[in-house]
Design a protein around this ligand. Structure first.
Ligand SMILES: Nc1ncnc2c1ncn2[C@@H]1O[C@H](COP(=O)(O)OP(=O)(O)OP(=O)(O)O)[C@@H](O)[C@H]1O
Ligand SMILES: [Mg+2]
Length: 258
């Protein structure tokens, strides 16, 4: 079964809450690290809407604030100024009691380094993540198997990470991020460790997850070749969103959102 077919059959589409167009929203976000002489302004006045079905790339030079931006979006980091909206609510300033649940319900994370446990098989890695997100999850191994089939790794699910290629490891990490069915997938340079062909196939899978399963995909990258998969490219420089472009071959009219 191809990944695309498996996807459309087995992942429920996500949709924003009734009356909402965004799955998440950043409004006037600023971030200053440190204080006094050591203060570094990493972001200023960043405003961004994250919508179901859209792939958003974040591009910009090293140190421009990309990781800071998606860390604030993913509720991993608190902004100094501005508001973060998730599930139709302003969640800025919510304490550590509320955040883990919100984070787990709304976000799946994929990183450059895969971060798989080397002693666990692909199946065990994904099953463990499902259990960590929701200790009451029913039959986590069955769910893990289903997710690995969706990303095209069914035949390799009993292998250890060391026996998988880079692209296969990243597919395991994507299956893990899909655990608990979060509507928003956030990636920090998820293709940086991969060769071009593998990087494009991983990006194709993320595109498919947005198009077919209505996920919002937000990916930091240095690779302009990934732009062909994106609905929007957010260009960050010196902590400022300089432009939000729509790649020319992906006109707004072919997608649900303006
Ligand atoms: N924990 C921190 N404490 C102090 N300064 C930080 C911290 N994290 C990031 N910075 C600074 O904030 C700015 C933005 O960093 P950020 O990691 O968001 O950049 P980036 O665009 O992701 O860069 P790269 O492409 O190299 O990953 C940089 O000047 C960085 O040095
Ligand atoms: Mg970074």
């Amino acid at each position: 079964m191809t990944a695309a077919l498996a996807l459309s059959e087995s992942l429920p589409r996500v949709a924003p809450l009734p009356g909402q167009t965004s799955l998440a929203r950043l409004v006037g976000i600023g971030k200053i690290y440190g204080a006094g002489e050591n203060a570094v302004t990493a972001l200023a006045e960043a405003t961004l809407d994250i919508r179901a079905g859209e792939v958003t790339l974040i591009e910009g030079p090293s140190g421009s604030g990309k990781t800071t931006l998606i860390s604030i979006l993913g509720l991993l980091l608190t902004p100094t100024t501005g508001e973060v909206w998730v599930e139709g609510k302003n969640v800025t300033g919510l304490g550590e009691r509320a955040l883990p649940g919100l984070r787990a319900r709304n976000f799946g994370f994929v990183f450059q380094g895969f971060n798989l446990f080397p002693a666990l098989t692909a199946l065990e890695n994904v099953a463990m993540a499902i259990q960590m997100k929701d200790p009451k999850a029913k039959r986590p191994k069955d769910e893990a198997k289903r997710l690995l089939e969706i990303v095209g790794l069914g035949p390799r699910m009993h292998h250890l990470p060391a026996d998988l290629s880079g692209g296969q490891k990243q597919r395991v990490a994507i299956a893990r991020a899909l655990g608990g069915n979060p509507p928003i997938l956030v990636g920090d340079e998820p293709t940086a460790a991969l060769d071009t062909k593998t990087a494009l196939s991983v990006m194709e899978l993320l595109r498919e997850l947005a198009t077919t399963a209505g996920r919002a995909v937000v990916v930091v990258t240095h690779d302009p070749r990934l732009e062909r998969f994106a609905d929007r490219v957010v260009r960050v420089e010196d902590g400022l969103i300089q432009a939000i472009d729509r790649p020319a071959d992906r006109p707004a009219s072919t997608h649900a959102h303006a």
